[in-house]
Write a protein that binds this ligand. Structure first.
Ligand SMILES: O=C(O)C1=C[C@@H](OP(=O)(O)O)[C@@H](O)[C@H](O)C1
Ligand SMILES: C=C(OP(=O)(O)O)C(=O)O
Length: 454
């Protein structure tokens, strides 16, 4: 599972030849077509985790099957949960049936987090509820992702955690089978996942949890739709959550009801395909778009029209029609930071300057995404610059070149979007899209081919 050391943004090391992917070039042809994408990473990994805490066997229909979901499955199996693949109706793999993790004492285990934020942040509080020592580690790039608020929170709750003092991977959680819970204050300006991690395990804490966020300099929690997703999933499973006080969540202790759910498709991963319509003046439809959802990817409805595209949700199908000329945008992406690489790729080919704000925390994502986007946009002739909390991207004549992906699935797909309209863009390590969308190269080739016939 180990990946080689990820290159620092702007200083990408030698690129193995087999990992170079010539990005399909659409030229002046509009890309048009319809597709659905695999299940949501965020929903799949929340449901998997909650299934391990539930009061009976659970089923996930049409879940995601990707590196991040497999790492979650492996983590839960290491904690004693039974996870089985069973045939289902999905286009992208089997359903998953999960039996809850037992509470008996067990041998020490290791959990490999890869580069998955949902595994490295969500699983440690669950490990605290087992009666085992659980060691967490991950890819080299994962060892620099922010983790300290979760480690500190566990200690404040009385859980033993051994680390090297920096509050980062690797560390060992010493589960005793019980966590008292109670009141806790954290700073979640670095990631909404710190809040979600504690809320997801909280119904199984003896006293539940009252969690408060107090951000340095009064800053808020980024990616709030993901916290809302956590709250709504918990409520759906019978957990009492009170979020009426801003920046505070109260979770009552109690059972997590066993469930059988269908996982929504991943709306963030639909983004690069919708962006293909925007940058080529084409038309891309995504059927089975949920009418109401907590996924941050629902923000495409507001983001893509800002570039001049038309976006319409009708009869459950979301359709985006690209403009003749893509205009630049001024957007606060604090609610939907994971969409930023795709948005920045569109900005790079827009006809007027763009400013993206509210995304300082992207420096702690799979890579420092602000530095990586600036390096790669500029490498192909663009004019991008970092600001304190985002990016400025100005129009510039782009040319071909190697687009580095830094082990970051969304950097890789951003390169594919640019390569649609800039000839000879070669994306390094397209296989890194397997983090959340292993089907990306095949789905992309199919859509661009269809665009050729349009
Ligand atoms: O809870 C989740 O499933 C996620 C929360 C967000 O994290 P941040 O708050 O760190 O941006 C998002 O970017 C990530 O892709 C998934
Ligand atoms: C930030 C992301 O992932 P993670 O869940 O690893 O934080 C992402 O998918 O854009």
């Amino acid at each position: 599972m180990r990946h080689p050391e990820a290159p620092a943004p702007g200083t990408a090391g030698p690129v193995p030849q087999h990992e170079l992917w010539p990005a399909p070039f659409a030229g002046s042809r509009p890309v048009s077509g319809a597709l659905t994408v695999p299940g949501s990473k965020s929903l799949t990994n929340r449901y998997l985790l909650l299934a391990a805490l539930a009061d009976g066997p659970c089923r996930l229909r049409q879940p995601l099957h990707s590196r991040d979901s497999r790492l979650m499955v492996a983590a839960l199996r290491a904690l004693g949960a039974a996870v089985e693949e069973v045939p289902g109706d999905g286009d992208f793999g089997p359903d998953l049936v999960v039996g809850p993790a037992p509470r008996e004492a067990g041998d020490p285990v290791r959990v490999e987090c890869g580069l998955a934020g949902t595994v490295m942040r969500f699983v440690p509080p669950v490990a605290a509820l087992t009666r085992r020592a659980v060691t967490f580690d991950g890819d080299p790039a994962a060892r620099v992702r922010p983790m300290a608020p979760v480690v500190r929170a566990l200690r404040a709750l009385g859980v033993g955690v051994d680390d090297d003092g920096r509050g980062r991977l690797p560390f060992t959680v010493h589960g005793t089978g019980r966590v008292r819970g109670g009141e806790l204050e954290i700073d979640a300006t670095g990631s909404s996942q710190f809040v979600s991690a504690l809320l997801l395990a909280a119904p199984r804490f003896e006293e539940g949890l009252v969690l408060r966020h107090r951000g340095a300099g009064g800053r808020g929690v980024p990616s709030m739709p993901h916290v809302q997703m956590t709250v709504e999933v918990l409520r759906e499973l019978g957990v009492d959550v009170d979020d009426t006080v801003p920046s505070q969540w109260r979770v009552a202790p109690g059972p997590v009801r066993a469930f059988d759910v269908e996982v929504e498709q991943d709306l963030s991963n639909a983004g690069p395909f919708l962006a293909a319509a925007v940058v080529t003046g084409g038309r891309v439809s995504v059927p089975r778009w949920p009418g109401r959802t907590t996924q941050g990817g629902d923000h495409w409805k507001q983001i893509l029209p800002a570039f001049g595209a038309q976006a319409e949700l009708a009869g459950g199908t979301f359709t985006v029609t690209g403009p003749e000329v893509v205009s630049g945008v001024d957007l606060d992406l604090s609610e939907a930071g994971e969409l930023a690489p795709t948005v920045a790729a569109i900005c790079a080919v827009a006809s007027t300057p763009s400013r993206l704000r509210g995304i300082a925390h992207l420096r702690g994502h799979e890579t420092d995404r602000l530095a990586a986007l600036v390096a790669e946009i500029n490498r192909v002739g663009g004019d991008a610059e970092e600001t304190a909390d985002g990016l400025v991207v100005r129009p510039a004549p782009l040319h071909g070149g190697t687009w580095h992906s830094y082990e970051d699935h969304r950097m890789a797909t951003a390169g594919a979007v640019v390569g649609l309209v800039v000839p000879d863009v070669v994306v390094e390590n397209i296989a890194t899209t397997a983090k959340t969308l292993p089907e990306f190269p095949a789905l992309w080739a199919e859509l661009v081919e269809r665009g050729r016939g349009a």
